[in-house]
Each structure stands twice: as C-alpha cells, then as structure tokens.
Design a protein around this ligand. Structure first.
Ligand SMILES: C[S@@+](CC[C@H](N)C(=O)[O-])C[C@H]1O[C@@H](n2cnc3c(N)ncnc32)[C@H](O)[C@@H]1O
Length: 445
C-alpha cells in the first residue's frame, strides 16, 4: 500500500462515509504496515487535502467539464490529492502526483482515468490562469476560499471578531496542533514518564503551567506506546486539561460529569481527587460510556460509576447533592478544527442554533445538582460566543443564587497567555492550545 493509496482510502471514508479524520487515519495506519516516512506522507496528504478542500474544489471547478457533484467520489478525491501536491508540495514532481492518481483510478474508479488525467494536465498547463476572488472585492468569499472555510462560518467569525483576528483564526485552523499528554500521576510520576519517553527518543517539554502536562515535539505516533497502554499517560490537549484543574475537585468529593465520554476529563478529575470519593459519569450514548469505563480501567481509576442519562432531563434524585459538576457540553467543535478539519464541512449555522438550546437546558439542569457552595464548570471546544458566553450569561440572568467565578484571577497561574476575563476563551493556536471555553459558577444559596 502506498501513502497515496492510503490517503485515498482515508479521505473516502471521511468524505463519503462521514468518518472522523483521526479515527479513519489511525485505523489505516494500524491495519497496514507503513514505513515512518510513508506514515508521515499519508498524514500530510490527508490533512493537507482536508484543510484545503474548498480551495481545491474551486480550482477543479474552473477546469472540469463535469460539475463537481457529478464526478465519481473516488475520482474527485484523486484529483484533489494530485492537485494538493501540485499546489502545496514543492518537492513532488508534478508527473509523479498526476501519474499515481491516474494509476489508482484504474483500481478504484476504472472509467475515470482519462478524465482525471485531462483535468490535472489542464490545470498544470494553465496554472497561471487560476482565478481566486480578491480581498478588496469580497472579503468573506476571499477568506472562505483562501482558508477553505464555508462562507457562513467566515461570516460568523466576522460578526464576532475583527477581520484580522478572524484571519488569524482561519490560518490557525489550517495549522498543526501541539501534541500534549497528561501524565496519570495515579500510576506514574512525571519524572519517570519524562525519563522513559526521552529514552525512546522523544523530545519532550513540561508545559510550564500544569505539572502533569507534557508536550511532545515532532511528528509522533503514540498509539503503540507502552506508557499509553499501561495507563501512564493520556493523550489530551492542554486546554482540555485546564477544565479539571479549574473545577478543582477535592479528595472525597461527589462529582457529576454530565457529558463524560470518552472520559478524558472524568479521569483527570479522578486523578486530582487521588482516586478518593465518587464520580458519576453520564452520557447520552451507552457505547461511548464503555470508553469511559475502559479508559478508567487503563488509568487505574475505580471511583467512576457510569450511567446512561440524557442531560436535557432533570434527575430529581440528585438535586443539591454534588460538590462539583462538570458540563463539558456537546458543541459545534469550532475550536478544534485543526484536529478535525472535516468539522468545517459538516457543521451548519442551524446546527449551532439547535446546540445552544440543548446546552442551555443541560447547564440549567446540571446546576441544580450542586450543594450550596458547590461549583460547576461549563466548558466547550468551540469559539462561538453563542454557545459559550451567551449560554452562561443567560443562565446567570435567570438564576440569581449562582455567581460567576473569575477564572483569570483565581487560576491565572496555570493559564497561558494574557487573559483578563472572568470566563476564559482560548482560541486555536494562539496560546499553544486548542480553542476551548471554560467558565466556573458557584451556587450561593
Ligand atoms: C465534548 S464531549 C465530552 C468529552 C468528555 N468530557 C471528555 O473529556 O472526554 C460531549 C459529550 O456529550 C455527549 N452528549 C451529547 N448530548 C448529550 C445529552 N443530551 N446528554 C448527555 N450527554 C450528551 C456526547 O455523547 C459526548 O460524549
């Protein structure tokens, strides 16, 4: 299997079967014996095409006699793959990029070889005639095609942020995310994990903000690592680690995590509680709760009880019972596009409107589970203020017995960057983290 064929198969899974990019790519790499070089090239091709898909399609549309929607799905992906190499990868000879797409078409979409060859050679010949919209004529369309984000998303960002910040976000969304792991201090010390990973040739730094957060430099596949299998580490972005730190649970607490799967934050909460107390980890999807259980087991946590429960329903049995509650709400994911570029092409503005209603309901129910003096964290991995500040502000306006805690003041020692607001909004790539929103509220009476 060549890297290009692997990329074709992964992109097909994402495009046609709606697979998640990280899962489809990991599966392809696990099931086929790629060399490290091929693995790197395969990853580059998959993410390169996904990140630039709208731009690639816009150009293909200018040179194809067939409408994009009518092109065989494999053929369209093969054209995108070759075009990405022609436009973005200097070191690849155009003939190699085109020839391998044509060759692969003979296996995956037989009758399209001539068409693929024709479109690609046409683009190669007339590269100078490619037309893109100008910034001055139409800023949203220019940004949308330059950074391959749907127009509605660019317009949403432009509504909330100024053009230069919007462009920074769009650019960051097509950038490479940092690779963080959390050391599971229930099973291993940070020093030991550092030593054993360095011994295996990894370049690792401490985050400088959170003891258990390590950042791994360079392209690395961690899936087969002993440290991961034994539960000494959990792959988790730094911003995601901030959530349990800000919830700040204590040993012996009763904590409810209402949207817990796959359990990254639940198991971090358990770690901070030193595996003492009780965590009720809920989710609407039973199959995902199995991941919470298996992650808990791997990490040596035994204080988590999982339970299928829809957060938009109120559980009368839990009213006033919890010391801490986490609502890591289902959201549009606009803060983690660098990790899952397919989010750009799947989410719609209507999705966001529906999500905000659900988020508000889940938060309002979950807050009722708090004891007086207990605290709740509401977090998301989006940068859309409608899903974030707006949800929390609306809640506070309707519930005067709850009060916002100023995160920037209380937890400044482990928040990178310069943040002044009570509710913390991190943007992708800006402070070396994903785009997360974190707010914390205390029940006063
Ligand atoms: C952002 S993810 C949670 C990630 C998790 N906290 C972690 O750190 O691993 C949101 C979760 O909410 C779940 N979910 C979606 N709708 C829900 C609902 N109505 N009630 C409870 N959980 C829901 C999803 O299945 C998903 O697992």
């Amino acid at each position: 299997m060549t890297a290009r064929e692997g990329a074709l198969r992964v992109l097909y899974q994402i495009d046609v079967k709606e697979a998640y990019s990280n899962i489809a790519l990991n599966r392809e790499i696990k099931e086929n014996p790629y060399t490290p070089v091929d693995r790197g090239f395969l990853t580059e091709l998959v993410y390169g095409v996904l990140e630039n898909q709208m731009k690639l399609d816009y150009i293909i549309g200018q040179f194809s006699s067939v409408k994009l929607k009518k092109i065989h799905p494999y053929a369209l992906i093969l054209i995108r793959l070759a075009l990405y190499q022609l436009l973005f990868l200097d070191k690849i000879p155009p003939s190699a990029a085109i020839n391998e797409s044509v060759e692969l078409s003979k296996k995956y979409c037989k009758k399209t070889s001539g068409f693929i060859n024709g479109v690609l050679r046409n683009i190669l010949r007339k590269k100078g005639e490619i037309h893109m919209p100008s910034r001055a004529d139409d800023l949203p369309l220019y940004l949308s095609l330059k950074y391959s984000h749907p127009l509605w998303m660019v317009n949403t960002f432009l509504k909330f942020f100024d053009p230069s910040f919007t462009e920074k976000i769009l650019e960051a969304n097509n950038g490479k995310p940092e690779l963080y792991v959390r050391v599971n201090t229930l099973k291993a010390s940070v020093a030991d994990v550092l030593k054993s990973l360095e011994g295996k040739g990894f370049t690792i730094h401490r985050s400088g903000y959170i003891d258990e957060a390590l950042v791994i430099k360079g392209e690395k596949n961690l899936q087969q690592l002993e440290e991961l299998k034994k539960g000494h580490i959990y792959i988790q972005d730094f911003a995601s680690m901030l959530i349990a730190k800000i919830l700040d649970p204590k040993e012996g607490d009763f904590v409810i995590d209402v949207c817990s799967a796959p359990g990254g934050k639940t198991t971090h909460i358990a770690q901070l509680m030193k595996n003492q107390g009780r965590i009720l980890a809920r989710d609407i999807h039973p199959h995902k709760l199995k991941l919470v259980q298996s992650n808990g087991k791997r990490l040596g946590v035994n204080i988590i009880e999982t339970q299928e429960f829809n957060g938009i329903e109120l559980d009368e049995n839990l009213l006033g019972k919890a010391d801490g509650v986490l609502v890591d709400a289902p959201c549009s994911g606009l803060g983690i596009i660098r990790r899952k570029p397919e989010i750009k092409y799947r989410k719609t503005n209507e999705d966001i409107k529906a999500l905000t209603e659900m988020q508000a309901k889940i938060l309002s129910n979950a807050a009722k589970y708090l004891k007086i003096g207990g605290t709740i964290v509401y977090s998301t991995c989006t940068i859309d203020p409608r899903e974030n500040h707006k949800v929390v502000e609306t809640f506070l306006n309707h519930n005067k017995n709850y009060q916002l805690i100023d995160i920037s003041k209380e937890y400044h020692s482990f928040i990178p960057g310069n943040h002044q607001e009570a509710m913390l909004q991190l943007y992708p790539g800006m402070d070396g983290t994903d785009g997360f929103f974190i707010s914390k509220i205390i029940r006063k009476s």
